[in-house]
Design a protein around this ligand. Structure first.
Ligand code: NDP
Length: 339
């Protein structure tokens, strides 16, 4: 089948927040399938902070995007043509050839998921990368134990909204989150069941964190870095643990983490700070799926998305997510789920 599609290319490296000139929407004809490949019509695209990091020309755990090339990202597509026995026609494939309407994907680089059991977008959120990062970070990197008290930064986003709920469901004594608006603070407490929450824009994080935990806390799940990490080091209890998931406060800035952390407190309190990347913990994938699906099916997990519509929405959706426009997982819906 010969097909013309639209895809976003990387036109200019941004300084600060990505702007329209960062991207170019390109029409192109897709190549014929080779054995082991399939053609997907993307239903939903993921909008993730690491996409911004990949726009900087610096080495990281994923290589930088190259100028002039098509951008890539997580997506779920419906298979509309296949030359792979493992990927049947009509199935749903989770893959990394997002930022475009259709894609030719190597079957081995995708994962077929149960069609229609959950909305396709769940495989980019609660059952996808963010949910998995929340699970691996909390239970392995932070070594969460029932009875721990937990602070989550970036708590109303895709990862953070899962972390707080997972901690409560697993027996945390107190869960507190920070986020960037009054609406998000209400969402954390009223919908996600956080014990307390604060808006980090209302005053110094350190003061608000001390008020939330007058007796200290045990586990910090950090999505933000900077002032959040510095404050947490002050307030954490002895032998406290930090799962360092991300530093979103720095992604649009040339100065990485300008806020100093009191290193002596880390020593004196015997804190453990553990950076992690979710895909290093694939051995947890089965346990994660079983646990989170069971919480979903028993109605114990609340899940929200902020959806933009259509391929043209990509630049605005990414800038919006980076500046806090999303509650829960940011996605771009390209087509309704076919059932
Ligand atoms: P979110 O859904 O949380 O969206 C990003 C949010 O970051 C925004 O909504 C905004 O919320 C917040 N934010 C933006 N700028 C700032 C700032 N200066 N200070 C504080 N908060 C800010 O994204 P994800 O849940 O997908 O990702 C959260 C973090 O997890 C990121 O750091 C990401 O890089 C990391 N991550 C790490 C993985 C890993 O394997 N280690 C895997 C997946 C994600 P607000 O309104 O509250 O400011």
């Amino acid at each position: 089948m010969s097909l013309t599609t639209r895809e976003w290319h990387f036109a200019r490296r941004p300084a600060g927040l990505p702007a329209p000139e960062t991207y170019r929407l390109v029409e192109r004809e897709l190549p014929a399938l080779r054995p082991g490949q399939c053609l997907v019509r993307n239903l939903v695209l993921s909008v993730d902070p690491y996409m911004r990091s990949r726009m900087d020309d610096v080495p990281s755990y994923v290589p930088p995007f190259q100028l002039g090339e098509a951008l890539t990202g997580g997506a779920v597509g419906e298979v509309i043509e296949t030359r792979s026995d493992e990927v049947p026609l009509g199935s749903w494939l989770v893959h990394q050839a997002g930022w475009r309407e259709h894609a030719v994907v190597d079957a081995a680089a995708g994962r077929v998921v149960d069609k229609g059991r959950y909305p396709s977008s769940y495989h980019l959120g609660v059952l996808g990368g963010p949910g998995f990062a929340a699970f691996a970070g909390l239970f392995r990197s932070a070594g969460f134990q029932p009875g721990d008290s937990v602070f989550v930064s970036g708590a109303a986003g895709a990862v953070g909204s899962m972390v707080g709920q997972f901690a409560s469901l697993a027996g945390a004594t107190r869960v507190v989150g920070s986020a960037g608006s009054a609406e998000k603070v209400r969402y954390l407490v009223d919908e996600l069941g956080y014990d307390a929450a604060f808006n980090y824009k209302d005053g110094p994080v350190l003061d608000q964190l001390r008020s939330a935990f007058p007796d200290g806390f045990d586990v910090f799940f950090d999505n933000v870095g900077s002032d959040h990490l510095a404050a947490a080091v002050e307030v954490l209890n002895e032998s406290g643990r930090v799962a360092m998931c991300g530093t979103i406060s720095t992604y649009n800035s040339a100065e990485h983490d300008a806020v100093p952390v009191n290193a002596f407190k880390i020593v004196a309190k015997r804190l453990r700070l553990q950076g992690f990347i979710a895909f290093d913990h694939e051995d947890l994938r089965e346990e994660f799926g079983a646990q989170v699906e069971s919480w979903l099916e028993t109605g114990r997990l609340t899940y929200r998305e902020t959806a933009s519509q259509g391929i043209e929405a990509v630049p605005e959706a990414l800038a919006g997510m980076l500046t806090g426009a999303n509650i829960g997982k940011a996605i771009i819906r390209l087509a309704d789920d076919p059932l």
